[in-house]
Design a protein around this ligand. Structure first.
Ligand SMILES: *[C@@H]1O[C@H](CO)[C@@H](O)[C@H](O)[C@H]1NC(C)=O
Ligand SMILES: *[C@@H]1O[C@H](CO)[C@@H](O)[C@H](O)[C@H]1NC(C)=O
Ligand SMILES: *[C@@H]1O[C@H](CO)[C@@H](O)[C@H](O)[C@H]1NC(C)=O
Ligand SMILES: *[C@@H]1O[C@H](CO)[C@@H](O)[C@H](O)[C@H]1NC(C)=O
Length: 524
């Protein structure tokens, strides 16, 4: 926390945050309203030019069916529209959802990602159901449309459930419904691919009373909690792919990036969902978190004040990270809060502030998809792949502590997501200001045509060129976390009055935590 010691001195009103003690978060209605405007403008562009297809191409004003044509932007936007209290958008979406046919795809032989369909569609449906049956029920004009959310969630899960029909029970990552239901037959799946289903499928069982959904997801997950095959290189930090035949690990490559990230995320989130039933998940998260602090925390040679997370191949680490991994700060903060452990809170804040620097330092003010640095650590964590920046990047590296290796930005949420956790955990306004800076940069360089688009080069002030694609997680996640960081206190906020009634899935859909059975008057 070296760099930020300066901030601490200049803002003495904030005592050092601890798990027990924090400043009360203060809403900022003007900023919240601006984020809401951007959400509404994004929705309008989509609704006018792309609905009910999956996604908007905002420059050509055309659409894409990139998630099986089940209107992913509609389903993914719903929980955000609910949280923002926009009844008009909520009812536009509710009206359409019963029309989606989750039993087939329009195109024959079109693969369906079990992971993406779970986090976006299933997560969006069960979350919206929880919100509209609970704290936000006043937004609904036709209650039967809320019941349809759960029916559709079930229809989707029934379609996807064939994925688990493998020898081991580790699900296939891809299924087909048209012309006949079948699985892809792949011999492996990634740990994020099947270790990020358990929250949504367990919630669906709890809501419907059909225990099969939870049983299927938890059976797959069991191979991750008790790993076999190629050994884990660090305690709790496992490999990337697992065989669908026998459930054994096939490699020992990993980190907190794509393909592995959300497996670790869900370990602690399941503990939040139900601390008694998922205590073993917590134990695995603690192992992984401690190993991450010990072996993966890395400080660039030119900016030792920053902490990034290395990847690894066996027990050799390499200093490369990316936008996806920047959610880790928030996940450590959540762990720190739930387990009342200062070291996780402190490490999570350190990561959140460091990954924010990948925005603050670039010409566009937006962080790159992938970046590298030279690790200042000595062996054994330093590795031969730890090369120096190419000459044109050298001056930038001296100042910034990283250089972009994949300079695009596709409207991803992870950096502002961690700043949201940092703000809620500390109440320190500097995190609101960091998120606001990121929001202003993104909304300036990505605004185009009828919506917002990914950009090709964050190292250029204008973002280079556009990819002409507005992904659904822009509305589901990025704008939701940005809104919540400025929004008033409510039941869906992290640590609302010290209580967590909801847990956010990896697509930022808040799911109600499992309610404890209160047996009034029944003893023993
Ligand atoms: C429960 O879910 C499973 C998995 O989709 C399905 O096969 C089964 O028919 C469901 N049971 C009931 C009673 O709906
Ligand atoms: C499960 O897989 C077996 C073996 O491949 C196959 O014979 C069976 O039809 C499948 N069952 C379902 C419900 O897909
Ligand atoms: C890394 O793994 C290799 C072989 O797998 C082993 O010989 C070596 O001692 C390990 N190094 C550390 C630092 O654990
Ligand atoms: C796309 O729609 C926006 C308004 O929604 C409009 O300003 C723009 O000119 C349109 N672009 C094309 C290529 O039609």
């Amino acid at each position: 926390m070296r760099l930020f010691a300066l901030f601490a001195i200049s803002s003495l009103v904030y005592a050092a945050p601890t798990v027990e003690k924090r400043a009360i978060p203060r809403p900022d209605p003007a900023r919240a309203a601006e984020v809401k405007d951007v959400f509404q403008a994004s929705w309008r562009g989509y609704y006018e030019h792309a609905f009910p297809h999956d996604s908007l191409r905002p420059i050509s004003n055309t659409s894409a069916d990139d998630r099986n044509g089940w209107s992913v932007t509609s389903v993914d936007s719903l929980s955000t529209a609910i949280i923002m209290g926009d009844a008009k958008i909520v009812n536009q979406i509710l009206k359409y959802i019963p029309e989606i046919d989750f039993t087939t795809t329009k195109q024959a032989n079109e693969g369906i990602s079990v992971f993406e369909s779970t986090i976006r569609y299933l997560g969006g449906l069960v979350s919206s159901y929880d919100l509209l049956k609970g704290p936000m029920k006043n937004l609904v004009s036709k209650p039967s449309e809320v019941d349809a959310l759960l029916k559709q969630a079930q229809s989707l899960a029934d379609s996807l459930s064939i994925a688990f029909n493998t020898t081991s029970g580790v699900p296939d990552g891809v299924v087909y419904l048209n012309p006949e239901p079948r699985i892809s037959g792949a011999d492996r799946n990634s740990i994020a691919g099947f270790g990020t289903l358990v929250l949504e499928w367990t919630r669906l069982s709890d809501l419907t009373g059909n225990i099969t959904y939870a049983a299927l997801a938890q059976k797959g997950q069991a191979y991750l909690l008790d790993p076999t095959g190629i050994p884990e290189p660090f305690p709790g930090l496992v490999g990337h792919e697992v065989g669908t035949e026998d459930g054994k690990f096939l490699d020992s490559n990993g980190g907190w990036g794509g393909g592995t990230d959300s497996f670790y995320e869900y370990l602690i989130k399941m503990y939040l969902y139900d601390p008694e039933a998922f205590a073993e998940y917590r134990d695995r998260w603690v192992l992984a978190a401690d190993s991450t602090i010990e072996f993966l925390a890395s400080h660039p040679t030119t900016r030792k004040d920053l902490t990034f997370l290395s990847g690894y191949s066996g027990n050799r680490t390499y200093s490369s990270s990316g936008h996806l991994a920047s959610f880790a700060g928030g996940n450590f903060i959540l762990g720190g809060i739930l387990l009342k452990e200062e070291k996780y809170l402190k490490f999570g804040l350190e990561l959140s502030e460091s990954y924010y620097q990948t925005y603050h330092q670039t010409a566009s003010g937006v962080g790159p998809e992938g970046f590298r640095w030279v690790a200042s650590e000595k062996e054994p964590t330093q590795n031969s792949i730890n090369g120096f920046p190419p000459e044109p990047q050298s001056d930038f590296y001296d100042k910034a502590g990283f250089w972009a290796t994949s300079p695009g930005y596709v409207l991803r949420p992870e950096t502002v997501e961690s700043l949201y956790y940092a703000y809620r955990a500390t109440g320190d306004r500097k995190y609101q200001d960091m998120a606001w800076e990121g929001f202003q940069s993104i909304s300036k360089v990505c605004r185009v045509g009828s919506g917002f688009s990914g950009i090709q080069d964050v190292t250029k002030a204008d973002g280079g060129s556009y990819n002409n694609f507005m992904t659904s997680f822009w509305l589901a996640e990025t704008l939701k976390y940005l809104y919540l960081i400025f929004a008033p206190e409510s039941e869906v906020q992290l640590q609302a009055n010290g209580v967590n009634g909801f847990v956010y899935n990896t697509e930022a859909h808040p799911v109600r935590v499992r309610e404890r059975l209160v047996r009034i008057g029944v003893q023993g």
